[in-house]
Design a protein around this ligand. Structure first.
Ligand SMILES: *Cc1c(COP(=O)(O)O)cnc(C)c1O
Length: 221
């Protein structure tokens, strides 16, 4: 077994345990394998385990790495997990299956236009800046209701909420907060939890966890 296959098996066992402990169905949690800045051979090792759901944070990098792979694996599901500039919306809509980082009205406008143009309806998560950190993207919790309403009015499919909690603080509080916000707005999906805290995120309701280094090792650049 490759090191990557072992890592996948280990993380999946952790997910299973966390789900069962929380009284949740294991199949209700999706592992988004974050392949950003990882060498292609490791990505192929992951594909060889049967895994198909991946996360990338930059549109251009993702297209470079994944364009050739998608030809052989048409059932790949790519999630955009990094912030999206409006000038990259066209490529993002053509290339990604889920956009997890919707965070402002201008982006709603651009995505709605482009999805109409490409005749697509890509599910989106709204990224919430749960820690209200000035350097981080994401809509503020206070701005969330307005953004959800606007996105729905423009015809976007809002699948759920996503957050990246402040680094130096215990993440549980933020996960619980995001979970409450999603429930308030009738949103089914929660993207939260990374290599260091995905078990806690599952305990608090995560439906999508985004795991990079625990699967692929330290990033190369
Ligand atoms: C890089 C990244 C991850 C993965 O983080 P790890 O600590 O490597 O698991 C998850 N979410 C986002 C938004 C990221 O940019």
């Amino acid at each position: 077994m490759s090191q990557i296959a072992e890592n996948f098996s280990h993380i999946k066992t952790g997910m299973l345990k966390a789900a069962l402990q929380a009284g949740r169905l294991p199949q209700d949690v999706t592992l988004v394998a974050v392949s950003k800045k990882q060498p292609t051979d490791k990505i192929y090792d992951a594909l060889n385990t049967g895994h198909r759901v991946f996360g990338e944070n930059r549109v251009q990098d993702a297209m470079t790495v994944w364009s050739p792979i998608k030809k052989t694996y048409p059932d790949i599901q790519l999630h955009l997990i990094g912030s999206l500039q409006t000038n990259k919306v066209k490529e993002a809509v053509s290339f990604f299956d889920v956009i997890e980082t919707l965070d402002r009205e201008k982006l709603v406008d651009a995505l709605a236009d482009e999805m109409r143009r490409q005749n697509k309806n890509i599910p989106c998560f709204i990224q919430v800046n749960t820690g209200e950190e000035p350097q981080k993207s994401g809509v503020s919790p206070a701005g969330l209701p307005g953004l959800i309403a606007y996105a729905r009015q423009e015809g976007l499919t809002i699948q759920g909420l996503m957050c990246i909690p402040p680094e130096q603080e215990p993440s549980g509080l933020y996960f619980a907060f995001l979970s409450k916000l999603a429930a308030q707005h009738g949103l089914a999906s929660l993207s939260m939890g990374m290599s260091g805290d995905f078990e806690k995120a599952i305990a608090l309701g995560a439906t999508h966890i985004r795991v990079g280094t625990a699967l692929f090792g330290v990033r190369t650049s």
